[in-house]
Design a binder for this molecule. Structure first.
Ligand code: PDD
Length: 284
């Protein structure tokens, strides 16, 4: 069965889904996106993802092509038509189609909207989290507005690729002062040598991850205190635990960073509790 995508008003087989060559998303990455996990048919933290999508649009002065209500219907319909129970739902909104010019068109052009869906095995994600993954530190060469979930992801892609070349699963990005910013497509958490659970403040030029916010809520319920602070790569390598959060990795521990074991090189107790609690939340 072929997959179905939504493109500017129509549900179409994904293999036939096309966008215009003058779409500003295609030419300038002038657009934003969201990625939402679908677990057992339910969109995880849908409203928080829509809040962030509207914020990203607002920061770039792109007018949403439809309201949240109709968009919710489109998202549900894409999942339904693909018959997926566990999936990754992708929403992309670009400024629209206009003759190529860096300057933003002065006339109103309708924004483009696409929604695609692919199968994502969350049981596999959980098993990978319980086994742990490896990381490779890479310089963060991105722009100064990483709070906007822009489709301009070239630095993220290059960092991930550099990490993959070393055999690592994720790139852990560091700023010019040697402090961790985030992963190439994840937020980073550390249980320090002294036992504090910390994650970088979202005010500090990183993406405000929806999974990060969910895990924060879970820590409050579990009475695990969290500090928002920066941590250097050097200190992270001495940490008891490091883990990543994102819609597609939930809470996934890094057990080896740059070839060096983190803690004893196995999944630590804090991450284990959070993985369990996260899946209790998604599966409730
Ligand atoms: N990535 N930081 C970056 C740079 C990201 O791209 C992402 C998400 C996150 C985590 O955000 P969230 O918890 O809302 O997924 C942090 C998605 C999964 C992607 O690009 O596919």
């Amino acid at each position: 069965m072929s997959r179905t995508a939504y493109v500017n008003g129509a549900y179409v087989p994904t293999r036939d889904a096309l966008v215009h060559i003058n779409d500003r998303g295609f030419q300038f990455a002038d657009g934003v996106y969201e990625g939402i996990g679908v677990r057992r048919g339910n969109m995880v933290d849908l409203e928080a993802h829509l809040d962030r999508l509207w914020r990203s649009l607002g920061e770039l002065s792109i007018t949403a092509p439809m309201d949240r209500g109709p968009l919710r219907v489109v998202l549900s319909e894409v999942i339904r038509r693909n018959l997926f129970s566990d999936a990754f739902l992708y929403i992309q909104i670009t400024r629209g189609v206009a003759s190529r010019d860096h300057a933003i068109p002065t006339v109103d052009i309708p924004a483009s909207l696409i929604v695609t869906c692919k199968r994502l095995n969350f049981d596999g994600v959980k098993n990978r989290a319980l086994a742990g993954v490896t990381g490779s530190t890479q310089p963060d060469i991105r722009w100064g507005r990483c709070d906007v979930k822009s489709t301009g992801l070239l630095p993220n892609i290059l960092a991930k690729q550099a990490a993959r070349k070393t055999g690592a699963f994720e790139a852990i990005l560091f700023d010019s002062d040697g402090y961790i910013t985030e992963g190439s497509s994840t937020n980073v958490w550390v249980v320090t040598e002294g036992g504090d659970l910390i994650t970088r403040p979202t005010t500090d030029n990183i993406l405000a991850g929806i999974t990060r916010a969910r895990v924060k809520t879970i820590t409050e319920k579990l009475k695990i205190s969290v500090k928002e602070a920066k941590i250097s790569i050097e200190d992270a390598k001495k940490a008891q635990e490091i883990f990543l959060t994102s819609a597609t990795s939930c809470a996934t521990p890094i057990i080896v960073l740059d070839g060096q074991k983190i803690g004893d090189g196995t999944v630590g107790p804090v991450a284990k509790r959070l993985i369990d609690a996260y899946f209790q939340f998604t599966d409730a």
